[in-house]
Design a protein around this ligand. Structure first.
Ligand code: SAH
Length: 401
């Protein structure tokens, strides 16, 4: 499909940022009046001397009006271009396959210079998620490039809520774009452990690949421990704890479907532990409530994992989110045995790592205990960060005295 072109002018300071790798032009940053066009038109940014600065995908329905694909030198946005970008993304992830991992993020949007497009690999299934309708007219060509570089049994399309709301034509959320129909959950491995995920009805694209390295770290700390896995989702951390020879895992999650899938994941890998009610327990409910009930009952664990959903979606939510992280760390610390470990993670992009860690420490100290950091971590290999807003994940593991 032939796409149109629109011309975009921006301020000098944004020019500099774009040249340094900033991938977005917001609607309020467009300086040449009201620019009209269709989703997927190529937006060409000219600098103050009217020279080519960048080319990207235009989306009139998104606050991010332009997502930058290439800077400095004009380029055709065609199959060869997409192939090159996907090849670079694949090369970056090559160490993962060797580690017995067939589930990981293959393309991470802006951070792999394919803005607004994420691809997660679940074994033979690729899940392609779009955050802008601008990709729709380019999909057929993009899929041809993908087929050559990263062939798969099928490619499943997911759409962000915003794209689902605004799009007028094209394939729908959950459609199989190429290959065989989807029959139930997909299977994949992570560091040798077998998982299944529901890629259409699940959260994110079905699994939180971004915690893989933290899960591996926790495995090394779990031996002989009673573990409390709060916000357990489909049991990612639980499986690693069993692999690390923990004594027991208690999962807490609000979502009964996630707990059911977690149970199946434990069953697939550690059937004896899954069937032993002293080794594997699940509590369905609100984490804050469950933690305060545990505190009242004096229930404590050797290792407490707190990996909640994002508490802040924008800067304005930052202060409340930090309060929530503090309360959560405090509640988690009350359930941590003396000398035990507390792992706290945050995936809130607007919350800076330093502020998050400070809130966690404060929360622990408000219980009258002291903490010592064992490790602090950021992004994994398949979630590279190439611009400031691309960073969201931070986790810290603390020994609580
Ligand atoms: N740690 C998980 C990912 C957590 S995602 C992993 O490694 O895969 C966040 C989870 O928190 C989701 O499963 C969601 O159902 C759950 N959740 C959201 N709000 C909650 C609440 N108030 N109490 C308990 N669980 C909650």
């Amino acid at each position: 499909m032939k796409t149109g072109r629109v011309k975009i002018k921006v301020s000098k300071s944004l020019e500099t940022k774009i040249l340094k790798g900033h991938p977005w032009v917001h609607y309020y940053q467009v300086q040449n009046g009201k620019v009209t066009g269709n989703p997927g038109d190529l937006g060409v940014v000219y600098d103050h001397k009217n020279r080519f600065l960048a080319v990207g995908l235009f989306d009139p329905h998104s606050d991010i009006r332009l997502r930058v694909l290439e800077t400095k030198t004009p380029r055709d946005i065609d199959e060869a271009f997409f192939r090159e970008r996907i090849e670079q993304a694949v090369a970056l992830r090559s160490p993962l396959q060797a580690a017995g991992t067939t589930g990981y993020r293959l393309v991470s949007g802006e951070n792999d210079r394919l803005p607004g497009l994420v691809i997660d690999r679940y074994g033979d299934t690729l899940v392609l998620k779009l955050y802008t309708e601008a990709w729709m007219p380019h999909l057929p060509v993009f899929l041809q490039a993908l087929e050559q570089v990263a062939p798969a049994e099928r490619v499943v399309l997911l759409l962000s809520r915003h794209v689902e709301r605004t799009k007028t034509t094209g394939p729908a959320h959950g459609d199989v774009l190429t290959g065989l129909p989807l029959e139930g959950p997909v299977h994949f491995t992570e560091n040798g452990l077998v998982f299944q995920a529901d890629v259409v009805a699940g959260q994110k694209t079905g699994f939180y690949f971004d915690q893989r390295e933290n899960r591996e770290r926790v495995k090394g700390l779990a031996a002989g421990k009673d573990v409390l896995n709060v916000f357990s989702y489909t049991g990612g951390f639980s499986l690693y704890c069993f692999a690390g020879k923990c004594r027991s895992v208690t999962e807490v999650d609000l979502n009964p479907l996630a707990l059911a899938m977690a149970k199946e994941n434990v069953l697939m890998n550690f059937p004896d532990r899954a069937r032993n009610e002293n080794a594997f327990m699940q509590v369905q409910g609100d984490a804050f409530q469950v933690l305060s009930e545990f505190k009242r009952a004096g229930r404590q664990f050797d290792l407490v994992i707190l990996d909640p959903p994002a508490f802040a979606a924008k800067k304005g939510h930052r202060a409340n989110a930090l309060q929530a992280y503090l309360r959560l760390a405090k509640a988690g610390a009350y359930c941590t045995r003396p000398g035990g470990l507390l792992l706290a993670a945050s995936c809130s992009q607007p919350v800076p790592a330093r502020d998050f860690f400070r809130s966690v420490s404060l929360g622990i100290r408000q219980t009258g205990r002291k903490e010592r950091a064992l490790f602090k971590s950021r992004h994994a290999l398949d979630h590279p960060v190439t611009f400031r807003e691309g960073e969201y994940l931070k986790a810290g593991c603390f020994e609580v005295d």
